[in-house]
Design a protein around this ligand. Structure first.
Ligand code: GLC
Length: 458
């Protein structure tokens, strides 16, 4: 960006969203402290990152075989999959997406599970699987206390879900009951897992050095493999295997103050206007559900302070839209304009037209809008690099692969680079890492967990 004085003013205005090295260091320290507390038996209560035990302790070899069903619930839609694992790291899958409406997201839990069972039934019939009793892996991407592999008590809803009568219930039983209500549906639910676990497993299927699973989509979370001797809350009977996957649930980081030094007025408004104020503080700074909204709030203030669109004829109209239309800037805008280049800014212009009905915007305003989007995405990517490096250092292997999935990571052309920037800074000397895109962690990962469970129980 060329440094006109106006742009320098905008940059100055955005400083609080551009953390410096000290602030990242503090983030690193605070996060490590929360992980330590999360793992400890006596300190878990006070930790924001609960470090849930997943009971996944066996990892794929790449030679798993068989046919599995998977359910994937955790974002704005829900999927059913049929996965055939063949030996030699080869898998084939068919899947169908079912839309979720507000009725399911905000209704009663039993109705949500009835709807899931109905879709599952349809899928089984469409694929002529009625006669088979297939094992099913259930990817349920919300914070749960697991009691073994196939029981999971929901701790809280996140990401815009808020179904009644579900928190505190075992979602495995809820699913089984809903399946039982549908006559003629034979399914054996063998495992419940988080999407981060699925991502780690689907990457470990291709590469056993994968020790971290990350999702940067609607929500954001990570899991990693921990040595059992470091898991004070794990019952001794699980300690004959060397490792266990820990679901960090790092979206909740910040609830005990770990990110206060980075929490801006915009972040506070996002939190206050959300379905779950005070909860998932870190998630609200880095995940897809919130990044577009952050841009909207920043733009609103920037316009009010005459930093953007100051000379624009539609200034009042733009302010109105920014004020009255929450979510008018979708997170995909950040990804799509990230590669747009001056002098003409065709993509930025396209979005300014779509959002504000603005024809032929000033070139400086295009540049500034894109800059705000980049600052928000970069802050998210950089923060994630810091907490990822803490996990990689904790894993302590000379080489660790981070398996990743989620729309923000997949679609934003610079997000990988933003994460690497701080990963490179914070990862300990002697530890190397790489980032690997997961091939459908929530689907294939669920099948893999089901497969390793069957192998161990055989
Ligand atoms: C939210 C959920 C978490 C999930 C993440 C990514 O943070 O609480 O369980 O892994 O979103 O989907």
């Amino acid at each position: 960006m060329s440094e006109t004085s106006e742009i320098a003013r905008l940059r100055e205005f955005l400083t609080e969203l551009i953390p410096n090295e000290d602030q990242f260091q503090r983030l690193y320290r605070n996060f490590c402290e929360q992980i330590r507390k999360g793992l400890g038996a006596n300190t878990n209560k006070e930790a924001s990152t609960k470090c849930y035990l997943t009971y996944v302790q066996d990892f794929p070899t790449g030679n798993e075989t068989g046919k599995f069903l998977a359910l994937d619930l955790g974002g704005s839609n829900f999927r059913v999959l049929l996965i055939s694992l063949r030996s030699n790291h080869d898998a084939e899958q068919t899947s169908k997406i079912y839309q979720l409406t507000e009725k399911e997201l905000l209704g009663k839990g039993s109705e949500l599970f009835d709807y899931i069972a109905k879709c599952l039934h349809e899928f089984v019939c469409e694929n002529k699987l009625e006669a088979e009793n297939l094992p099913l892996g259930f990817t349920f991407s919300f914070p749960c206390v697991q009691i073994g592999l196939s029981k999971a008590t929901l701790v809280r809803w996140t990401k815009g879900f808020n179904c009644a009568d579900t928190v505190g219930e075992d979602v495995g039983t809820m699913l089984k009951v809903a399946i039982a209500r549908r006559q003629g549906l034979k399914i054996d639910m063998v495992a419940i897992l988080n999407d981060t676990t699925g991502t780690l497993m689907s990457c470990a299927y291709k590469n056993p050095e994968c020790n971290i699973g990350l999702i940067v989509g609607t929500g954001c979370n990570a899991c990693y493999t921990e040595r059992v001797e470091n898991c004070e809350r794990l019952d001794a009977k699980y300690k004959n295997k060397p490792k266990i996957i820990i679901n960090v649930e790092w979206g909740a980081f910040g609830e005990k103050g770990g990110v206060d030094h980075l929490h801006t007025e915009y972040d506070k408004i996002i939190d206050k206007n959300s379905l779950n104020p005070g909860a998932q503080i870190y998630e609200k700074m880095v995940a897809g559900m919130y990044l577009g909204e952050l841009v909207r709030l920043i733009m609103l203030r920037a316009v009010n302070e005459n930093l953007v669109f100051a000379q624009c004829k539609l200034r009042k109209h733009i302010t109105d839209i920014l004020t009255k239309k929450p979510n008018c800037i979708e997170t995909k805008v950040l990804s799509e304009i990230a590669n747009d280049k001056g002098d003409d800014w065709p993509l930025v212009k396209e979005y300014l037209k779509k959002i504000f009905n603005l024809n032929d915007p000033d070139i400086d305003d295009c540049m500034k809008f894109k800059y705000v989007c980049d600052v928000v995405a970069k802050r998210a990517g950089n923060m994630l690099g810091v907490t990822l490096s803490a996990l990689a250092n904790k894993v302590g292997e000379k080489f660790t692969i981070i398996g990743v999935d989620g729309t923000v990571y997949r679609c934003h052309p610079n997000f990988d680079g933003y994460m690497r920037e701080t990963l490179d800074q914070f990862i300990e000397k002697g530890i190397r890492y790489d980032i690997m895109l997961s091939e459908d962690g929530s689907g294939r990962g669920a099948a893999l967990v089901a497969a390793v469970v069957q192998r161990e129980n055989a």
